[in-house]
Design a protein around this ligand. Structure first.
Ligand code: PMP
Length: 387
């Protein structure tokens, strides 16, 4: 393996932006606790509040609406376990939404209603109407619709504004997991019409282990970590000042780079074109739907995603199979299953994802490695067919 690596797994984690690194390093040397009233404490507080402004600006929110968390997993858990009687969701959500909701189901008083998606994984708005009506007729109590803004595996974008409007007309609260969308497409709280929105710093070039839950002013949410009075009493604990500083710097840079996403889209489109040219039987998933500009989900009938990912890695290219953030897990993806993709196609799906520093060279390196790896997969497939 040569030393040069090609990193095409930005949806699992983006490289740290230089601005974020600088902000983290500077904040590490700040001594005070942000809750202390002395000068040192006020310096730390200023870093946190500056970052809060940057994160709020990324999603068109007010700084007071931003609650810093340890990441989007915590933010998603906090919302969906926030005392709802009924939760509506589709099976395309990230595990950090699905798993805590499944936990609620065990508790007899709570109801979970599943929404249908089409072959691209896009929410069926008719199914949402039907489920909200059912929920109301059954005396649903406090109800939440949770709908991701963009899928981490396919990049498919959901009609969150339309779904939120329909749900709110029926008295539901609405949450969106905007982790993969933020910094890649414009995201704005008010036009989306949601009450809660989750973000993760490391998907936009900030450090890992920090994120935010944006809570619309006036939306109710019980405190989710009890203790001191930090984060407006919602999330206690001394703030992770360096990580928050890095998140703020990454958010600012992501807003700036939104203007350059067309360049990333062109690279992604070339990757898909290279795949189609080298392997005409390959299928690009979700092409008929609106998608993030940086994500390609491709599948090669007869191959195995795990083998493709390992072979590409050996050829110097990092991509992922299914949802890579729950690493090690290589089974059929629940997202592709929910879309009704044939198991043979779902088993062979890999995700190639790019970002602001991706280059033509990355595309060329991927194309070269894909041609080699796919030829070997086809040979193995033929051998198996003959045997
Ligand atoms: N939601 C989505 C859509 C994600 O892709 C991820 C990360 N894979 C998460 C939530 C969890 O984010 P974090 O890593 O910050 O816990």
């Amino acid at each position: 393996m040569s030393g040069a690596r090609t990193y095409l797994d930005w949806n699992a984690g983006a490289p740290l932006r230089p601005e974020a690194r600088a902000a983290v390093m500077a904040a590490l040397d700040v001594t005070g606790n942000p809750s202390s009233p002395h000068s040192e404490g006020r310096r730390a507080r200023a870093i946190v509040e500056d970052a809060r402004e940057q994160v709020a600006a990324l999603v068109g929110a007010r700084p007071a609406e931003v609650v810093f968390t340890s990441g989007a997993t915590e933010a998603n858990n906090a919302v969906v376990t926030g005392g709802w009687d009924t939760v509506l969701l589709a099976r395309i959500e990230h595990d950090s939404v699905l798993a805590p909701v499944r936990g609620l189901e065990g508790n007899g008083r709570r109801r979970v209603l599943e929404l249908a998606v089409d072959a691209n994984g896009v929410l069926d708005l008719g199914s949402l109407d039907e489920r909200t009506r059912q929920a109301r007729e059954a005396g649903a109590g406090r109800s939440l619709l949770t709908l991701q803004l963009a899928n981490n595996e396919t990049g498919v974008v959901q009609p969150v504004a339309a779904a939120a409007a329909a749900a709110r007309r029926q008295g539901l609260s609405v949450h969106t997991d905007a982790v993969q969308a933020a910094g890649r497409i414009p995201v704005s709280l008010a036009p989306l019409g949601v009450d809660y929105l989750s973000l993760s710093a490391h998907k936009l070039g900030g450090p890992k282990g920090v994120g935010a839950l944006v809570v619309r002013e006036g939306a109710a949410l019980p405190p989710f970590i009890a203790g001191g009075g930090q984060e407006r009493r919602r999330r206690a604990g001394t703030e992770n000042v360096p990580a928050i500083a890095g998140f703020g710097a990454a958010a600012r840079a992501a807003v700036r780079d939104l203007e350059t996403v067309d360049r990333v889209r062109a690279l992604r489109d070339r990757i898909e074109a290279e795949v189609r040219a080298a392997t005409p039987s390959a299928v690009v998933i979700g092409v008929d739907a609106e998608r993030l500009p940086n994500t390609a989900s491709v599948t090669l009938p007869g191959a195995s995603a795990e083998t493709l990912v390992i072979a590409l890695d050996l050829a110097g290219v990092a991509v992922s199979a299914g949802a890579a953030c729950s690493s090690g897990k290589v089974g059929a993806s629940h997202v592709l299953e929910a879309m009704g993709l044939e198991p043979a196609l779902a088993r062979a799906a890999i995700r190639v994802s790019l970002g602001w520093s991706s280059t033509e060279r990355d595309v060329a390196a991927f194309a070269g490695a894909w041609a080699q790896v796919a030829a070997r997969a086809a040979a193995r497939h033929r051998e198996r067919a003959v045997a």
